[in-house]
Design a protein around this ligand. Sequence first.
Ligand SMILES: Cc1cc2nc3c(=O)[nH]c(=O)nc-3n(C[C@H](O)[C@H](O)[C@H](O)COP(=O)(O)OP(=O)(O)OC[C@H]3O[C@@H](n4cnc5c(N)ncnc54)[C@H](O)[C@@H]3O)c2cc1C
Length: 291
Amino acid sequence: MSLPQFTFLAPTSLSEACALLEKHQGTIKIKAGGTDMIVRLSHRAVKPDYLMSIKKIPGLDTISYAPDTGLTIGALALLRAVETSPLILENAPMLARAAHATATVQIRNMGTVLGNVCNASPSADNIPTLVAMHAAIVASNGTTEREIPIDEFFLGPGRTSLQANEIAIAIKVPPLAPKSGVSYQKISPRSKVDIAAVNIGALLTLDENEQCQAVRISMGAVGPTPLRAKQAETYLTDRKISDETLAAAGRLAAEDASPISDVRASREYRKLMVEVLTTRALKEAYGFAKN
Ligand SMILES: Cc1cc2nc3c(=O)[nH]c(=O)nc-3n(C[C@H](O)[C@H](O)[C@H](O)COP(=O)(O)OP(=O)(O)OC[C@H]3O[C@@H](n4cnc5c(N)ncnc54)[C@H](O)[C@@H]3O)c2cc1C
């Protein structure tokens, strides 16, 4: 694999890294694990003058949990670390399932969850669950930090609302409300070790009468950015959960999906799979919420 020529930068602090982003705006790219970036470089999809690794910046690889604020996953936390973290498995096991569904164990030992998010691929495995769970990206410009709700983060394939001088330093996932359940569902042509043809994240919260109090459904690989199944969410809210209402929500989700046909799946197949996987995800999330 040959790469285009670039100058490799490896800052050792956040302020240094953000200053380099500012200085070389338009000609610099960030690398975390590099599992997406190196492929893009080798395909000449990007030709930066500078490639900046953030791996030497200390403190970005932590995963922490606090009952009031929830989980914080650092920018350098590996997919494999998220998949196996006791904190994640205890407090948000669907994030571990999504990380596990990503690529191979070799890739998961290099790539990061934040890299998967910042790469902003519509089919990324870790995004739908994070969207369903109200995650927020913490961005730093070296001096100040801001939180970007994940619903406002994706602008298009490969495009995010990070400013040119900002690095995503962590992703925050708030704690679940009582009587909540989450699910992640994926289908891909090769079944294992493949990019999703469709993937769905769902979060369902029940009220004291076991009716749906709130629901968030995120659909991947069916539009240029992750899409919320808004019609299905509105339909289910305040409604009793049954096989019929979950099936109806699945059908409404398919109406909100706007997939294209490509090598992985046709538009028609994707629509059908949105219906099937949404119903399946809601059923599983309901099961967790009830218990
Ligand atoms: C063989 C193979 C199989 C794969 N299979 C899957 C799969 O099944 N599912 C899937 O979803 N993905 C898959 N991927 C894609 C990739 O492994 C993941 O997206 C991974 O999580 C990327 O993380 P990374 O740390 O390597 O990101 P990098 O490659 O380092 O970066 C990815 C992008 O995000 C930006 N970026 C990274 N970190 C930050 C940050 N902290 N702040 C701002 N910008 C940042 C980079 O500039 C770049 O544009 C696969 C890749 C390969 C090579």
